[in-house]
Design a protein around this ligand. Structure first.
Ligand SMILES: Cc1ncc(COP(=O)(O)O)c(C=O)c1O
Length: 425
C-alpha cells in the first residue's frame, strides 16, 4: 500500500499544490489545523509560521469564522450576484479603505491585482505597467515577471523566467528597483505617454519602504496621469485595519486585497476611485472605455461571511498593537539568536511579518537580497521544517497570527537556534 507521502508525490508535481519546494523526504499531507498549529495525517504536530501564506491571520478554525461559515453553508454557497453577506462586507471595505469609493470581489489575490492592471489600462488608454523587481503580484504574467531573476537584466527590462509570458506581454512591463525614487522618476518621466499604472507592494515582501518612497510615487504618478496601484494582498488588514494605506498614510488610486481578508476562505477584492471602478459598469459595454470584470465565485456568501467574521475579530480592541508587539518580539528574538551564534544578519519585516536575512547587506530592494546567504537560509528553513515548524521553505516570510503568542515564538526561536547551529556545521 502506498503511503500518504507517496500518493501525494504521485498525484502532484513535486508533491505540492504550488511553490513549496520541499525535498521528497519531507513531503507531508495535512490533516487539520487549529489556532497556530497544524497536524499531518499521521498525527505529527507543527507550529505554523506560514498560516496559509498569511491567509490565516485570524488563526486556523477561528470560532467566529467557523460559526459564520456554518450558519451560511446550508443557505447556499454561491449565486454569482450580490448576496446580503457580499454587501455587508463591501460596505465595511469602503469604510476601512481610504482609497476605495467602489469595490468588487474576486476569488483570489491574483485576480484582484489583474483587474487593477486592466482597469488602469482601460482608464488611461495606455498599455505599460511598471512593477518593482522582486515583487509578487499573483500568478498572472506581470505578477511573476522579474520575481526572482538570478542574473537581473538592466532596468527597466523584464526577466521572463517562470512567467510563460509572450514577448508582447513582456513588452508592456517596466521593471524598476524598489526604494529607488530617482530611477522611478526617470522611468515614469520617460515612459509617461505609454504608462497606465505603477503597481507596488507597499511593504515589498519583508522590505519596508524607504521614507518618502511611497509618497514620491504618489506625487509622481498623479503628476503624469498614471494610476498608482497598491497590492495590499499581504499588507491589507495586517499592518493596520486599513492596511498599508492607513499605516503609511499614502492613498493609491486602486487597491487589491486577498489573503487575511477571507479568514482562510478564498477571496480577493479590488477597489478604488469611483471614476476608474465605474469602467466595469455593464451599461458601458459597447462604448470604450469599458473593462470586463467577472468572477464566478467572487463575493460568494461563504467567503464573505468568513471575511466579515474575520474583520470583526480584527476590529477588537488591541489587536493591532498586539500583532506589532509580537512581530517585534519575533524579530528581536531572531536577531538575538544570530548574534549569540556570531552570524552576521538581521531580522526584517514589519507588523506581524518577519524574515531572517543572513548577511551584512541591509534590506533595500531585490538586489540587496541577492547579497544574502541564500544557501544558509535554505538549510535553516529545512531544519526548521524537520524540527516541526511548518513554513514555506521557498518563501521568505514568517507569518504570525492572532493565535500566536510569546511562548509559541520562544518555542520557534529555540528550534530556530538549533536549526541555525546545525546548518552551520
Ligand atoms: C503581494 C501579493 N499579491 C498577490 C498575491 C496573489 O494572491 P493569491 O495567491 O490569492 O492569488 C500574493 C500571494 O502570495 C501576494 O503575496
Amino acid at each position: 500500500m502506498m503511503t500518504w507521502k507517496e500518493r501525494s508525490l504521485a498525484a502532484f508535481p513535486a508533491g505540492s499544490n504550488g511553490e513549496f519546494n520541499l525535498p521528497e523526504e519531507l513531503t507531508i499531507v495535512i490533516g487539520r489545523g487549529e489556532g497556530c498549529r497544524l497536524w499531518d495525517v499521521e498525527g505529527r504536530e507543527y507550529l505554523d509560521f506560514s498560516m496559509g501564506w498569511g491567509s490565516g491571520l485570524v488563526g486556523h478554525a477561528n470560532p467566529a469564522v467557523v460559526e459564520a461559515v456554518t450558519r451560511q453553508a446550508p443557505l447556499g454557497s454561491n449565486f454569482s450576484y450580490v448576496h446580503e453577506n457580499t454587501l455587508l462586507l463591501g460596505e465595511e471595505l469602503l469604510r476601512l479603505s481610504p482609497a476605495c469609493e467602489r469595490i468588487r470581489f474576486s476569488a483570489s489575490g491574483t485576480e484582484a491585482t489583474l483587474y487593477c492592471r486592466r482597469l488602469a489600462r482601460g482608464f488611461s488608454g495606455r498599455s505599460k505597467i511598471m512593477k518593482f523587481e522582486g515583487a509578487y503580484h499573483g500568478a498572472a504574467e506581470i505578477g511573476v515577471v522579474s520575481l526572482f531573476p538570478k542574473d537581473p537584466p538592466p532596468f527597466p527590462q523584464p526577466d521572463s523566467t517562470g512567467t510563460g509570458a509572450s514577448q508582447a506581454a513582456l513588452n508592456d512591463v517596466l521593471v524598476a528597483p524598489f526604494n529607488d525614487l530617482e530611477t522611478a522618476v526617470s522611468l515614469i518621466e520617460r515612459y509617461a505617454d505609454d504608462l497606465a499604472g505603477v503597481i507596488v507592494e507597499p511593504l515589498q515582501r519583508c522590505t519596508p519602504p524607504a521614507p518618502d518612497f511611497l509618497e514620491g510615487l504618489r506625487e509622481l504618478t498623479r503628476a503624469h496621469g498614471v494610476l498608482l496601484i497598491f497590492d495590499e494582498v499581504v499588507t491589507g488588514f495586517r499592518l493596520a485595519y486599513g492596511g498599508a494605506q492607513e499605516y503609511y498614510g499614502v492613498v493609491p488610486d486602486l487597491v487589491a486585497y486577498g489573503k487575511a481578508l477571507g479568514g482562510g476562505y478564498p477571496i480577493g477584492a479590488y477597489g478604488g476611485r469611483a471614476d476608474v471602478m465605474d469602467l466595469v459598469r455593464e451599461s458601458r459595454m459597447n462604448a470604450a472605455p469599458y473593462v470586463w470584470s467577472a468572477s464566478t465565485l467572487g463575493g460568494n456568501p461563504i467567503s464573505t461571511a468568513a471575511a466579515s467574521a474575520a474583520l470583526s475579530v480584527f476590529r477588537e480592541e488591541g489587536v493591532y498593537p498586539r500583532l506589532h508587539t509580537l512581530g517585534r518580539y519575533l524579530r528581536e528574538g531572531l536577531e538575538r539568536v544570530m548574534q549569540d551564534q556570531g552570524v552576521e544578519g538581521r531580522a526584517i519585516g514589519d507588523g506581524p511579518l518577519a524574515q531572517a536575512a543572513f548577511g551584512a547587506e541591509p534590506a533595500v530592494n531585490y538586489r540587496s537580497t541577492l547579497q544574502w546567504n541564500s544557501s544558509l537560509a535554505r538549510r535553516v528553513m529545512l531544519g526548521l521544517f524537520e524540527r516541526g515548524v511548518f513554513i514555506n521553505p521557498m518563501g521568505t516570510k514568517l507569518y504570525l497570527s492572532i493565535a500566536h503568542d510569546e511562548p509559541v515564538c520562544d518555542e520557534f526561536l529555540n528550534r530556530f537556534s538549533d536549526a541555525l547551529k546545525a546548518a552551520r556545521e
